[in-house]
Design a protein around this ligand. Structure first.
Ligand code: TPP
Ligand code: MG
Length: 541
């Protein structure tokens, strides 16, 4: 049994689990972890940020677009609290983020003395934004803690996990046994239930599929496509599910078509999705329609309503097995190709008539390669993009999910870019959201993150809020107007290229140049008040 510090036990255990990148921000409780990271610096890259929120956002962006665990490292108390908005986003988006945090000295936890960074009940606090959280109190416990963390991160529903190690435990030397890496195993769905579902789908005249973040999350897009094609079933993808089927695929749809297609379907399969909107809208499933749910999280299957067939298990295994068995029951159906093409065309026409959002978003799409990754934000072009931005490949559209976290985008995009060095990444931001993480321009430059282009739509406002105050509250503009820096000069102050675009054509030109020459670039797009996209509703043409 080799002798090592708790810090070495932590770093070696992370290495065993395949961690090669850590997004971190140091401090005194982490000194012995950084000591060990220094010795492991050829195998584990440490990227420091300017605020702890960015460590967890970067880990989330890294995780969601690579399928690997994303790892963050922060000091306890305020450091960890600073990261909780990002953890809540990762929680909402089923993202396997490992948050490693410090603690106060082990024998004084919960003493209430007011030690540096002490907060009461840190584990309890972080449990509200994680799937699981645990602590090691000796160096010998560290490998088991990391191993358990990876079990939680890579089994069942993927969500963030926190582990914490007090500074004296990181410093202490002991004989430590390292463990083998956790071997993830996919959870096989019940065969009888799959057979029942396959029969219902096979016999359906008008089957419909709702597909959520669980499909890209479990790497199930090929199985989804196979099943959809066998059934000729349209696939409605949620924001987190976008790209599972290419928007070019005749069956690939965005939720705009749900109110039209859902009432007409006889059998509906919802896979890897909370299925919340359909279940709570007037156009949602009614008695007489068969609802099948396939989800890794059994609680999700019955949370809002009990489906006719509920199947707990992995989406990739479940969809593969469904496709296999559907063939024994599958009826022939008249082609609906024309109907779907017309519906898609109508949805596209409605969305593309909303300007200037459509023009700007489509300018980005024109320049971003097919495998390029688009990181959205809670901004006007972002809302439009949820449904309107064409997505051609899985894991190439990143949003904030149900958390709707303003300011998540830029840090998340930095992590996406680090995790996908061979791909181009575009981060869109409002001036409000960008303000949350603009100091991370330093992180971009320091770590040479050159495959990311950053766009800031500047309307000098929390535009969404201002529009509501104007229109619904009789011009009571309060707390929604913003004073901004000159974004072009800001970029230049960080040593980046700064550019300004006042039309979609200009945005396209700047984006083209920035993507081609790989120079870190921020493009500001001044914007006036833009129309709301809420309230578009699709009727059949
Ligand atoms: C963490 C968080 N705080 C506040 C909000 C409420 N909120 C939603 S959109 C928005 C304004 C966004 O402004 P900006 O980023 O400039 O985008 P714009 O609407 O102007 O395009 C605010 C304050 C939120 N969604 N999340
Ligand atoms: Mg704004």
């Amino acid at each position: 049994m080799p002798e090592m510090t708790g810090g070495e036990a932590l770093v070696q255990s992370l290495k065993v689990e395949g961690v090669n990148t850590i997004f971190g921000l140091p401090g005194v409780q982490l000194d012995w972890a950084f000591d060990a990271l220094w010795r492991a610096r050829d195998e584990i890259r440490v990227l420091n940020t300017r605020h702890e929120q960015a460590t967890a956002y970067m880990a989330d962006g890294f995780a969601r677009t690579t399928g690997k665990v994303g790892t963050a490292l922060v000091v306890p108390g305020p450091g960890l609290l600073n990261a909780t908005g990002a953890l809540s986003t990762a929680y909402a988006c089923n993202s396997p983020v490992l948050m490693v945090s410090g603690q106060v000295q082990s024998d004084l936890i919960e003493s209430g003395r007011g030690l540096l960074h002490e907060i009461p009940n840190q584990l309890g606090m972080v449990r509200s934004v994680t799937k699981w959280a645990g602590r090691a109190m000796t160096p010998q416990e560290v490998p088991g803690l990391v191993h358990h963390a990876f079990r939680e991160l890579q089994s069942g529903r993927r969500r963030p996990v926190e582990i914490e190690v007090p500074p004296d435990v990181l410093q202490k030397k002991a004989d430590v046994t390292l463990l083998e890496p956790y071997q993830p195993d996919r959870e096989r769905p019940d065969t009888d239930l799959i057979e029942q579902a396959a029969r219902a789908l096979g016999q359906a005249e008008r089957p419909l599929i709702f597909s959520g973040g669980g499909v890209p999350g479990s790497g199930a897009w090929e199985e989804l496509q196979r099943l959809a094609e066998l059934l000729g079933a349209p696939v409605i993808m949620t924001e987190n599910g976008r790209g599972a089927l290419s928007d070019r695929h005749p069956l690939g749809m965005t939720p705009l078509v749900s109110p039209v297609l859902t009432p007409e379907a006889d059998v509906i399969l919802a896979v890897g999705t909370r299925f919340l909107q359909p279940l709570t809208m007037p156009w949602g499933p009614k008695a007489g329609q068969t609802v099948i749910r396939l989800d890794i999280d059994p609680e999700e299957i019955t949370r809002v309503a009990r489906p006719d067939i509920g199947i707990a298990g992995d989406a990739k295994l479940g969809l593969a097995e469904l496709a296999e068995r559907v063939q024994r029951h599958n009826r022939t159906r008249p082609s609906r190709a024309e109907e779907f093409a017309a519906l898609k065309a109508e949805a596209t026409a409605q969305l593309n008539s909303i300007e200037p959002q459509a023009g700007y978003a489509l300018a980005i799409r024109e320049e971003l390669p097919e495998d390029g990754i688009f990181v959205s934000e809670m901004t006007q072009v972002g809302y439009w993009s949820r449904q309107g931005f064409p997505v051609y490949q899985p894991r190439t559209f990143v949003g904030a999910g149900y958390q709707g976290t303003l300011g998540f985008g830029f840090g998340t995009a930095l992590g996406v870019a680090v995790g996908n060095p061979d791909r181009k990444v575009v981060s869109i931001n409002g001036d409000g959201g960008f303000g949350y993480q603009m100091s991370e321009l330093a992180t971009l430059m320091k770590h040479g993150i050159t495959n990311l282009v950053t766009i800031v739509f500047n309307d000098s406002a929390y535009g969404n809020v201002r529009r509501i105050q104007r229109q619904q509250f009789n011009e009571q503009i309060l707390g929604s107007e913003l004073l901004n820096p000159d974004f072009v000069k800001l970029a230049e102050a960080f040593g980046m290229n700064g550019a300004r675009a006042t039309s979609p054509q200009e945005l396209r030109r700047h984006l083209h140049a920035a993507l081609a020459d790989g120079q870190p670039t921020l493009i500001e797009v001044p914007l006036g008040e833009v129309p709301s996209i809420w309230g578009i509703s699709l009727k059949r043409a």
